[in-house]
Ligand binder design. Sequence first.
Ligand code: SF4
Length: 308
Amino acid sequence: MLEVKQFPEMSWSLSRHKTLMNCQMQYFFTYYLSHNGWLQKASSVSKHAYRLKKMVSTEILLGNSVHKQIQQVIGHVQSEEKIQSESHLVESIRADLNTAYADSIHRRAQWFEKPSKYSMLQEIYYDGSLTKEKIHDIQERTRLSVNHFVSSRTFNVISHNQKVKIVDAERFRVMKVDGINIFAVLDLVYQEENGRYVIVDWKTGKERPDDFYQVVLYVWFLHEKLNIDLGEIEAKIEYLQIGKQKSIQVKQMDIDNMLNTFRMSMELMCGYIEDIEQNKPFGFEAFPKTQNPRTCSSCNYRELCSKS
Ligand code: SF4
């Protein structure tokens, strides 16, 4: 039987750091209050936070579904099975989106009881429906993402170059630094014929300045885990909305900066903990709310936040 811990394990990820920087209250809801919210015996407020945490925006859902389909294609490339056609991929993503839409509209009660088994779209939860413009936008983005994936240089390399070796990216999910587990999810790692490693990150959203830091973290993982020179690792970001590939060569200075960010971030996070040993946080009053209305406008916890 799984041990039920009163408080979650302390760990670090770039998204955890970004949440803390965006809004400390959102950080409290995501990483503390929602803990154990999946248990029958959890408090109603923990269940509430967990339910809201599981909600997804259409953008996130699209990103998750595109990544899922790409993982399946990579699996088929590895096992030398027939690769799904472009139209099949589009249809599979549409099916995911339609299921989430139907869950949000018709299976709200089921989602309320089992938020990890059913989907709830944030827009429908808070606004009641999706606008025609939003539906059109998501359909168009689905089409573009798949089209740019199948025409990407990365897809071309892994599906046509027999000498390229796909590496199991699961090996790079967690790394311990200063006694803390750092988590990351690498989309694709492959090794070229000349021995160089290539890390690929698929992006379904717009190009952002912090994409670079994500890539630095991935390269750091590979550098540490495989004990290879940074010069032997190349990172590529595939922007699927616009069909652009960006190549990045990470330097030691970038890794050092990432290590500093991690340490500074951990120090900040520890400032919100009453008992370090147990990772027991201070009460919610210790977690200030952001003053940025734009952050709130897309926050899953609006409903809960207005009551606290
Ligand atoms: S609604 Fe705004 S203040 Fe409240 S948790 Fe979300 S981002 Fe923070």
